[in-house]
Ligand binder design. Structure first.
Ligand code: SF4
Ligand SMILES: [Zn+2]
Ligand SMILES: [Zn+2]
Length: 307
C-alpha cells in the first residue's frame, strides 16, 4: 500500500487517508497549526502555559506549541502537576524533565503534596471507602485547580492541554449519558461558557487529532514516552466509554470524528443557551471562581486532606 501523495510505502491508514512517514508528519503538524489559527488559540501578546505530564499527548502539544510559538514570537512554558501517583507519575515526570531540557523549554512543577499536604496515593483509599469518590474525580478537581492557580500565578493568558479527539468524544458521551448538557456547553477547542478574570482560558490544539495519531507522531519523532497507564484509570467511567467508543470506531471508522463534528455544529447554540446561567462567585477560602461559597477543591481538601 503506497502513500496517496507520493510513491513511498504508507505507514498510516485511516478512512481514505494513506500516508508515508514524511506526509504523515506534515499532515499531523498542519492539522494542529490549522486548529490553532482557526480558533485563535494562541495570539500575539499571549503567554501560553502548557499543561504537561510527560505522557504522549502532553509531549505532542508541548512540542507543537514550542514550534508555533517560536515561529510567531509568543511566550510559552510548561507546567506539570505531580499528583503523587507512585510508579506512574514519577516516571512520566522524568520523561518530561528530559524532554524540556532537550528542547530548551522552561518547566514549572506544582504538587498535590506541597499544595494540599497529601498525595493522591495517600488519600485514595479514604476517598473510595469513606467518601464514595473515585480517585479520578478527586484527581481531576485538584489537578484542574492547581493548573489554574499556578498558570495564573505565573502570568499565563492561555492554558493549553493535550486533549484530543478521543478525549473530546468521550467527554461529550459521558455528559450526554449523565444528562448534563450544560457541561457539554463548556467543551470545545476553547473551554468554558463564561469568561472570568480568575480563570485562565483553556485551549486544546490537538482537538482534531486522534489518539492513535498522537501515538504514531511521538513514536516517529522519537520522543521518549512511557506507554503505561495510570493505575486508577480502570476505576473510571471514562475508561468504560473509551472502550465502547474504540469498539464502535473499529466497526464503523469515523465514529469519533462524527461525534465531534456533530457536537461542533451544535456548540454555538449550546453556549448561547447556557451563557450567563452560571454566575460565578469567588471561593471564600481560596478566591478561585466557583458556583457556591466554597470551591470543589477546597471541599475535597477539607474532607480528605485534614483528617
Ligand atoms: S487516570 Fe485518574 S487518577 Fe490517574 S492521572 Fe488521570 S485523572 Fe488522575
Ligand atoms: Zn508520501
Ligand atoms: Zn477554594
Amino acid at each position: 500500500m503506497n502513500c496517496m501523495k507520493c510513491e513511498e510505502k504508507a505507514i498510516y491508514e485511516h478512512n481514505n487517508l494513506k500516508l508515508c512517514k514524511t506526509h504523515f508528519l506534515s499532515y499531523f503538524e498542519d492539522k494542529v497549526a490549522k486548529t490553532i489559527k482557526k480558533f485563535n488559540l494562541y495570539e500575539k501578546g499571549d503567554k501560553v502555559c502548557v499543561a504537561a505530564s510527560g505522557g504522549k499527548d502532553s509531549l505532542a502539544v508541548l512540542y507543537m506549541t514550542s514550534k508555533y510559538c517560536k515561529k510567531h514570537h509568543i511566550d510559552f512554558f510548561a507546567l506539570a502537576i505531580d499528583e503523587g501517583i507512585g510508579g506512574y507519575r514519577d516516571h512520566t515526570l522524568d520523561d518530561l524533565r528530559a524532554f524540556c531540557e532537550t528542547h530548551g523549554i522552561q518547566l514549572e512543577v506544582a504538587s498535590f503534596h506541597s499544595s494540599f499536604g497529601q498525595t493522591l496515593d495517600m488519600i485514595r483509599d479514604d476517598a473510595i471507602k469513606n467518601h464514595n469518590k473515585k480517585p479520578c474525580t478527586v484527581c481531576g478537581v485538584m489537578r484542574r485547580t492547581l493548573l489554574n492557580r499556578n498558570a495564573k500565578r505565573l502570568g499565563a493568558t492561555k492554558l493549553a492541554t493535550g486533549h484530543n479527539l478521543d478525549d473530546e468524544s468521550q467527554s461529550f458521551c459521558m455528559n450526554l449519558f449523565k444528562g448534563n448538557m450544560r457541561h457539554n456547553a463548556s467543551l470545545g477547542p476553547i473551554t468554558g461558557i463564561n469568561q472570568h478574570a480568575n480563570f485562565v482560558t483553556r485551549v486544546k490544539p490537538l482537538y482534531y487529532i486522534l489518539e492513535k495519531e498522537t501515538r504514531l507522531y511521538t513514536f516517529l519523532k522519537g520522543f521518549k514516552v512511557e506507554f503505561t497507564e495510570c493505575p486508577n484509570i480502570d476505576l473510571s467511567f471514562r475508561s468504560v466509554i473509551r472502550d465502547k467508543l474504540n469498539e464502535l470506531e473499529s466497526q464503523f471508522p469515523g465514529t469519533k470524528n462524527g461525534i465531534v463534528n456533530a457536537f461542533m455544529d451544535a456548540l454555538p447554540d449550546l453556549k448561547e443557551k447556557y451563557r450567563g446561567k452560571n454566575d460565578y462567585k469567588v471561593c471564600e477560602r481560596c478566591s478561585d471562581p466557583c458556583s457556591g461559597k466554597i470551591c470543589n477543591a477546597c471541599k475535597l481538601e477539607e474532607q480528605l486532606c485534614r483528617a
